[in-house]
Each structure stands twice: as C-alpha cells, then as structure tokens.
Design a protein around this ligand. Sequence first.
Ligand code: NAI
Length: 301
Amino acid sequence: MGICEGRVAIVTGAGNGLGKAYALGLAAQGCRLVVNDLGVGTHGEEGATKGAAEQVVDEIKAMGGEAVANTDDVAEWDSGKRMVEQALDSFGGLHAVVNNAGFVRDRMFFTCSPEEWDAVIRVHLRGHFCTSRHAAEYWRAQSKAGNPVDARIINTTSGAGLQGSVGQSAYSTAKGGIATLTLVQAAELGRLGITANALAPNARTRMTNTGAFDMEAKEGEFDLFAPENMAPLVAYLVSEQSKGVTGQVFELKGGQVFLSQGWTDSPAFDKGARLEPQEMDAIVRKLIETREPAKPVYGAA
Ligand code: NAI
C-alpha cells in the first residue's frame, strides 16, 4: 500500500520536469491529484508545452491513478481558488499543495530589466502565495468547523536562493524569499494542523540541462540527476507519516538529503555601550575573519 493512500494533493508546474516526477511519484503512492501546468517554456514563453498537464493526467490514469488537469497561471489570484475547488469537487478533500511551477530569465544584475525581474519574482513568489493562500483559507475553515486537519505545504526553493547564484539575482531573491516564507508559514499555520517545508532540488530538467553543470547519466551508474530521485521526499512530506515535521528546508541530490541551516548569527561583538563609527571597521573585519566559512555563491570567481 502506498504511503499517500487517501491523500489529495495539488502539484503546480506538474506538466514537465520535477513537477511531473512528483505527480507520478505521488500517484504511485496512492495520492489523488490536481495536476496544474500553464504549459510555458523555460523562460515563461506562452504555449511552449501546451497540453502538458493533460498528458500527465493521462499517464496517471493509465497507471490506474486518479488525477484532473488544471491549466491556470499559478500567479493569478483566482487560480489557487479554482485548484482548491477542483480538488474538493473531484476528490472531496485536499491535504497538500506542492508549489513547484516556475521559470528562469537569467541575467547579470546590471543588465536585468524591470520586466525580467518582475516576471521571475511573480511566478515564484506570487505563485507560491496565491495557491497556498487559498488552500490555507480552506484548511482554516475546516479547523474552525471542528474537522481534523492534517495538511501540508511543500515549497520549492533552490541552492541559488539559499547560497546565491551569479547571473540569477531575481531568481535567487525569489527562492530565498520562498525559504523564509516557509518558516513563517510553519510558525503561523501549525496551530491549524498545517505543516510547511521547502525543498531545494538538484535534477536534470529542461531548465537545468544547459551545459552549465554536468548532469548526464553515466552508463551503469546510479543516475544522480534523474528528477525521479526528488519524488520520494515529496511523497513522504505529503503523507500522514510526516506529521509534525515542519519549518524545514531540505536540499536533495541523488540519494542524498541535507537539512539546510539558513541564516544564523555569529557570536556577537558586544561593547555594552553605543558603538562609534570610528571603531566599526575593526569590529566588522574581525567578525568576518572569525566567522565559520559559508558555502560560496554559485558561479562566484
Ligand atoms: P521545468 O521547466 O521542467 O518545469 C517547470 C514547469 O512549470 C513547466 O512545466 C512550466 O510550464 C510550469 N510553469 C511555469 N510557469 C507557470 C505558471 N505561471 N503557472 C503554472 N505552471 C507554470 O523546470 P524544473 O526544473 O522541473 O523546475 C521545477 C521547479 O524546481 C522550479 O520552481 C525550479 O525553479 C525549481 N528548481 C529546479 C532545480 C533543478 O535542478 N531542476 C534546482 C532548483 C530549483
């Protein structure tokens, strides 16, 4: 028996890449699904993969699972409402939202246009907001009505958002914001029976298979970058088994799972009185020198 039997989930951006692997992996574990995908290209080009959501639904049905397609833009306010309604109308409930949809428009900070900045921030940050916000409203109403809620929000961050990435200022900003959003959601929504966790995946998809990283499968070896490697953690987080696991940011690669520590303060320099501008340089440089080294920004020279 699958670990997600009886559960219903929305997976956004599930027509390609990681979202598709999550949807198929969840269906294999008995989860019923709303498969969302707008069918855009890696830079958000309209119509690039039209019908992707429906194709994944067909694949799920062919393997004996249950799913319905949704082709809305995740960053439109009403889209999340429609997805929640679809889950309730089709399957009579909703237990999880897997926020995964997104695209990149990579630029150095000094050449990034306002349009590129807004588009990337919108799809990731607003997309994460709209879908989960409607789901949280539904779960809150259930909780207030005295119905037990055991719900999940699973967000998608990135190493680029946790450590920074040269040439990806908008994307890194959005993904860093998503990691922080996860902490706030966990803190606010726990009392309603909702957990929130984030995942920073590493996988070969049309988004990442650009030659910048060597992600090719090696003959006869474990395929480290197969998107399917990322799906088991998502299935676990959707399942009832992960009850109580909240506010965590996971990084995943092949068969490796990491917990990301996030921002932490160094031990303080404490003068015990107001600091003077003239003494700041010595204090700041001493703090930087003595701090534990952090992971470097991706692509930094
Ligand atoms: P992908 O390009 O293969 O899939 C993204 C999907 O999102 C596409 O099917 C696209 O049509 C859909 N989408 C885009 N905008 C949408 C919108 N407004 N509404 C609904 N659907 C929309 O990319 P991939 O690699 O599968 O990425 C999935 C998520 O994982 C993204 O959030 C990405 O930033 C993140 N990620 C991926 C990594 C990787 O190694 N592949 C690394 C770190 C993060």
